[in-house]
Design a binder for this molecule. Structure first.
Ligand code: FES
Length: 115
């Protein structure tokens, strides 16, 4: 059965920026870290894991290095396009961040899961 979880309000995400949100699985209580990013009313979510060496993308909890539509993994400098998650520069060029399906409902951002 599909379950929706409210992650945050849209305005919690700075336009052009990103925040970190933790989602705890009801099945196994494991916390999954997501990076939510916004461009206007468009919200995207990715797992907060770099495909290069599996490090979190944020250099400090919830602190992402964002420049001109890109997020940079501070571990080894991989640069990802926020609108697609594609790595355009760095050690995992051509790889993608793992996207997570979210949608805007009113002023909230919700996650739909299969739990
Ligand atoms: S872990 Fe992100 S660039 Fe290496």
């Amino acid at each position: 059965m599909a379950v929706t979880k409210t992650l945050c309000r849209i305005n919690d995400i700075p336009d052009g920026g990103a925040i970190e949100v933790g989602v705890v699985s009801e099945r196994d209580s494991i916390r999954d870290s997501l990076m939510l990013t916004r461009s206007g009313v468009a919200v995207r979510a990715y797992r907060n894991i770099c495909p290069h060496a599996g490090r979190p993308l944020d250099w400090s909890p919830g602190q992402f290095l964002i420049e001109d539509g890109f997020v940079i993994c501070t571990a080894h400098g991989a640069m990802f396009r926020l609108e697609s998650g594609e790595c355009v520069s760095g050690p995992c060029r051509g790889a993608h961040l793992a996207s997570v399906a979210v949608e805007s409902r009113g002023d909230e951002v919700v996650l739909e899961s299969g739990e």
